[in-house]
Design a protein around this ligand. Structure first.
Ligand SMILES: Cc1cc2nc3c(=O)[nH]c(=O)nc-3n(C[C@H](O)[C@H](O)[C@H](O)COP(=O)(O)O)c2cc1C
Length: 366
């Protein structure tokens, strides 16, 4: 797991100590429902930095309050949220890791119950603290969700500004990279996919129209985010549904964003919209999406990360050594073992001196 650099339009880019990244994972732990990170987020993300990961990505963080997946999500829609994010980035940096934040908007999949044990399904009603959702159209994104309000072109202009404002706050909060959440059936994916986007105005219709909002968001974020900092994007590389968003469209879009819009990191997840989706869930089941997009990005210095049921060091190293991806994003395996990256280094015979483990834990290498 050699170092890797996330390129940026200016400067040397973001140098990372290895190729094991933390995938963004919602914690549903903002009990005050004000979008402000808590001690849990510091302990959760800090453990991954101490555990040897090179890039620790904070969970889907809403660019406006109604864009939260649940009321307990993180936010960067208000300046008051910045100091608690800064506390996290300072600690992550103290451990030799870099900090990224995933900026997102859940659109018609907002206002759901925190996905904790025993959680109910569906949209939270207003009587229980839920709120009216917005989307590409007024069709429910999934059968058990309420119908969103279809955003007008004027409202979309305000929304793009919210993304830019959140990016400016992410900079003040000390994040080194932003990952734009365009996956999993949330707002940007709702616009990309013909399964959901049946609009007939300038934000719908053909692929150019359906990708317009994403292009505008990326341009606005890039302009608000310092040129020396890295910008990334997470796609659902396919809906796994005939007639949906697919890996060829993803590769075309990724190519345009990397070559023309200053994106330097592309992460390939999948699914989240429509159905029934034929998802071939199994070890490394999304790696082929990263491989496909990486081929399209040949000749650029963009970093492509693979994610999804990547469990152990040998599996990760095989993905990297065979050139299917430049990095691996680890989710659930890191929840089971926050020191997954340090363990991987040991399994791969990295010397104790070069181990990314925290200095305080060096004697674990007896
Ligand atoms: C608890 C949990 C929360 C998640 N939250 C997010 C999120 O905020 N944003 C996102 O893009 N994906 C989220 N995911 C998906 C993960 O980032 C990752 O793509 C997925 O778990 C597959 O990788 P894995 O098999 O290594 O866990 C979440 C997954 C889990 C388990």
């Amino acid at each position: 797991m050699n170092p890797v650099t996330l390129p940026s339009p200016a400067g040397p880019g973001l140098e990372l100590r290895n190729r094991a990244f933390i995938a963004p994972m919602c914690q549903y732990s903002v009990e005050a429902e004000d979008g402000v990170p808590t001690d849990w987020h510091l302990a959760h993300l800090g453990a991954f930095a101490a555990g040897g990961f090179s890039l620790v990505t904070a969970e889907a963080t809403a660019v406006e309050a109604r864009g939260r997946i649940s009321a307990r999500d993180l936010g960067l829609w208000d300046d008051s949220q910045v100091p608690a994010h800064r506390r996290i980035t300072d600690f992550v940096h103290s451990q030799g890791a870099a900090a990224a934040v995933q900026l997102g908007h859940a659109g018609g999949k907002a206002s759901t119950h925190p996905w904790l044990p025993g959680a109910a399904e569906g949209t939270v009603p207003a009587s229980d603290g839920g709120w009216a959702t917005v989307g590409a159209t007024d069709a429910p994104v999934l059968p058990d969700l309420d119908a969103p309000h279809a955003l007008s072109e004027e409202e979309l202009g305000l929304l793009v500004q919210a993304w830019a404002d959140a990016a400016r706050r992410a900079d003040t909060a000390g994040y080194d990279a932003i990952q734009i959440h365009a996956a999993h059936g949330y707002l940007l994916h709702q616009f990309l996919s013909p399964l959901n986007n049946t609009r007939t105005d300038g934000y719908g219709g053909d692929e150019r129209g359906r990708t317009r909002l994403l292009r505008e968001v990326v341009a606005a974020v890039r302009a608000a985010w310092p040129a020396h900092k890295a910008l990334g994007i997470r796609f659902s590389g396919t809906d796994w549904v005939d007639g949906g968003w697919d890996v060829d469209a993803t590769a075309r879009m990724a190519g345009e964003l990397v070559r023309e819009h200053g994106v330097g990191w592309v992460d390939l997840s999948s699914g989240g919209l429509g159905g029934p989706a034929a998802i071939p869930v199994g070890p490394g089941y999304q790696v082929s999406l990263a491989d496909h997009v990486r081929a399209e990005l040949a000749g650029t210095d963009a970093v492509v990360s693979a994610v999804g049921l990547i469990h152990n060091a040998m599996q990760a190293e095989t993905i990297l050594a065979t050139g299917q991806a430049d990095a691996v994003s680890i989710g659930r395996a890191a929840l089971r073992d926050p020191h997954w990256a340090a363990h991987a280094a040991s399994d791969l015979r990295v010397s104790a001196a070069d181990s990314p483990a925290a200095d305080q834990y060096w004697r674990a290498n007896w």
